[in-house]
Design a protein around this ligand. Structure first.
Ligand code: DGJ
Length: 733
């Protein structure tokens, strides 16, 4: 039982809720049967201080009947509303359109708990992505109401005990007579009873996704946000807050993330009493939602975890949670090794070339050739064709179906690239339906990569796309789709919405994107989707709900990849992190570079992105061996627990290990990007090694005791960079 609700007598806190996960505890209370207050989030412990400690401070408004025992401005709140005495960032702001007032006061009415969870229903189309329940999942649902607007607020806390994760979302129901507008809608609020926390977030751009930033949060408001209509390369909704002294395996840390792929906001504020407020939800600058009497709105889901033992533990909690509750079931017995055509040929593809390319892939043991961009309409370059999802007849003279049949006869699986949310102005689709593109009235739409964004909030657009993709791919046994998205949203204005609903356009767009994902998955239940947005521009839990893996970055240069991959593992499991060996400046013909590219790439599901037809026999033989080696470790890479040891951001080296659940098999990797004349020595400490057990390294044949591994394997850096060492440590019987 994860949730207990207790009624307390003779206490200011009249009800107490305790939520327990495997290692953590979350406690909230109801003050005087009226106000939900936060009491504790931390390590599961009987001696934890879960008491209510009111904090009096001048210039803080109060309710006369509560005296200084309850001040909205200083209390740790479960879900702060705007305009009634809490001057800090609020979780919800609702405007009564009959009066223009933004003031609300949501007070407690009742709560219940139940096994499992409720689905998150989007206001249009079907569901929003959310974490799937299992037999241990329980939910607390708390209902509050605001008597003046008549709005009812439902707060959901869904517990995933094994992963130490609590998911939160809200539903607002307009039970009043007047129309209201939801102006700010956060899915999660956590008031942490301390300041001086470090914020770890990932920032970046195209080709440099998820660079790690760590700094102590100072006073004032700090916002990590996207207004791009995508979670984006620039910021990522996953953040970690930790003690400034916290390391990978020491110190307390909190993790937060959002199960959504569009505009988001992570808002932090330290108040005058030294508390840190964390809010996670929809970006308030690009969102509002109008609710007529009787209508409701449900937010996407936010997730949080607490780890007493370091940043690495936050990552592992999120890894376990994502693998178990977010990602779709594995479509194949083993994850296919992909060979992608993009860096090999760019747009210069045709059916014959792709057949040869696929045969070349099969020859070296690659399972899934992918025909990337350039196979449809007038798409011989990036200036035309997006939207016209019909195979170009000149490229496939006897049709796409006959071509795929021939390809699959020679190999095993086959995949294809699509970018359904987009349209080139030079396309039949745009000529027929210019009004389907997002564009503000009276303004010339801004192009980006020569393309515009379709209004996916318009059901006619989603229907067109699912129809045309369904027809073009009808009966063709594709095993894989690479779903790309190569520009962000500007001039966000939907031609089907009235003026008063225009701020809904971005959220509606995202709902339509998810709906098309669901339709594609329903049409091709046996295929996997690799998500992509100009590399890893939508590397988020919303996309992971529908995608088996995500293209981590368009930057396939191995040194750069060590940074990008390190940052990606902070919040996301490596099983999603698609990693390709590419052929930069003929690097695959240089054994050292080919080896380093591979050692960097087996940090996640392996793939290749090069012209296999131009590769030498030696390079092909090496790649065959690499695939065999990857297969030997794949179970650890895709399902093992993941520990980071050295950060490229700190020392230009990336070291990590995977370990089986029983700690009897370990795959340790040391990657050194740069030359080091000093020959520095590093100790790679395997804290999960079992004392009293001897491990044999199947690569060098050396043996180590568990104690030795815990003290650390010493590795001396090489004079030359691009140096990689691996240990595959297996416990002897
Ligand atoms: C951007 C992707 O990240 C690349 O891998 C490739 O698919 C191109 N788009 C194709 O246009």
């Amino acid at each position: 039982m994860s949730i207990t609700i207790t009624t307390l007598k003779e206490s200011k806190i009249t009800k107490q809720v305790v939520i327990r996960t495997k290692n953590t505890m979350y406690v909230l209370g109801i003050f005087a049967d009226r106000f939900p207050v936060h009491l504790y989030y931390g390590k599961k412990s009987r001696s934890a201080d879960t008491g209510y400690h009111p904090f009096e401070r001048a210039f803080s408004p109060y309710y006369p009947e509560c005296g200084w025992d309850y001040m909205p401005n200083t209390v740790e709140s479960e879900y702060p509303y705007f305009g009634m005495g809490d001057f800090r960032a609020s979780a919800i702001r609702v405007r009564d359109l009959s009066t223009g007032s933004d003031v609300t006061e949501f007070t407690f009415r009742k709560m219940k708990k139940y096994k499992g969870r409720v689905a998150i229903q989007a206001p249009i189309y079907g569901e929003l992505p959310y974490a799937e329940a299992d037999e241990d999942t329980e939910t607390l649902e708390m209902i509050l109401d605001d008597t003046v607007t008549g709005c009812e607020l439902h707060l959901f806390y869904t517990v995933f005990p094994e992963s130490d994760v609590i998911a939160r979302h809200m539903t607002l129901i307009n039970k009043g007579k007047n129309t209201v507008s939801l102006e700010k809608c956060m899915s999660l609020c956590l008031d942490i009873k301390r300041d001086n926390l470090d914020l770890i977030s990932t920032y970046g751009g195209h080709g440099r996704e998820r660079m790690v930033d760590r700094h102590t949060v100072s006073y004032g408001v700090h916002r990590i946000t996207s207004r791009r209509g995508a979670s984006s390369h620039m910021e990522n909704p996953c953040i970690i807050l930790c003690d400034p002294k916290a390391s990978e395996e020491r110190g307390e840390a909190y993790g937060f993330n959002f199960v959504y792929s569009g505009d988001f906001l992570d808002e932090l504020e330290i108040d005058q009493t030294g508390k840190t407020r964390v809010l996670v939800g929809l970006g308030d600058e690009t969102f509002s939602w109008r609710l007529e009497a009787g209508e409701s709105f449900t937010s996407p889901e936010a997730v949080m975890t607490y780890a007493p033992n370091g940043i690495g533990e936050v990552s592992r909690n999120f890894h376990r949670f994502t693998r178990k509750h977010i990602l779709p079931p594995e479509p194949f017995e083993r994850r296919p090794v992909v060979l992608n055509s993009w860096e090999a040929f760019y747009f210069n593809i045709d059916g014959k070339l792709m057949e040869d390319f696929s045969a070349g892939a099969a020859e070296v043991g690659m399972d899934l050739p992918v025909m990337d961009d350039g196979w449809f309409g007038a798409r011989r370059h990036d200036r035309a064709g997006l939207g016209d999802w019909v195979a170009t007849p000149e490229l496939f003279p006897d049709g796409l179906a006959a071509f795929v049949e021939r390809v699959k006869a020679k190999g095993d699986k086959f995949g294809i690239w699509i970018e359904p949310e987009m349209v080139n102005p030079d396309s039949d689709l745009y000529r027929a339906h210019p009004e389907w593109a997002l564009s503000a009235p009276g303004r010339v739409p801004l192009e980006s990569r020569n393309q515009l964004v379709l209004d996916m909030g318009n059901p006619a657009v989603v229907d067109y796309l699912s129809d045309i993709l369904g027809k073009t791919f009808n009966g063709i046994p594709f095993d894989y789709f690479k779903w790309d998205m190569n520009r962000h949203l500007t001039g966000v204005y939907s031609n089907i919405l009235p003026p008063e609903r225009q701020k809904e356009a971005s959220f509606r767009h995202m709902c339509g994107v998810y709906e098309l994902f669901r339709r594609l998955r329903a049409m091709f239940p046996n295929a996997m989707i690799e998500n992509c947005s100009g590399g890893g521009g939508r590397y988020d839990l919303g996309m992971m709900k529908y995608s088996t893996q995500i293209w981590t970055s368009d930057n396939t240069e191995p040194v750069d990849r060590t940074y990008i991959q390190y940052g990606s593992t902070l919040g996301y499991p490596v099983t999603t992190m698609s990693c390709h060996v590419a052929n930069h400046d003929s690097s695959i013909e240089d054994p050292r570079k080919l080896n380093y590219g591979f050692r960097v790439a087996i940090n996640g599901p392996l793939g290749y992105e090069l012209n296999i037809l131009a590769a030498s026999e030696t390079a092909k033989a090496t790649m065959s061996e690499q695939i065999k080696e990857y297969r030997a470790y794949e179970h650890l890479i895709l399902r093992g627990d993941f520990y980071r040891l050295l950060s490229p951001f700190e020392c230009g080296r990336y070291s990590y290990y995977f370990v089986s659940e029983d700690s009897r098999e370990i795959l340790l990797s040391y990657l050194q990007n740069f030359d080091d004349a000093k020959k520095t020595v590093y100790k790679l400490k395997i804290s999960r090694a079992l004392p009293g057990v001897t491990y044999r390294d199947t690569i060098s044949g050396k043996t180590y005791t568990g104690e030795e591994l815990r003290r650390g394997i010493e590795v001396e850096s090489d004079e030359k960079g691009l140096y990689a060492v691996m240990w595959h440590l297996v416990a002897e019987a």
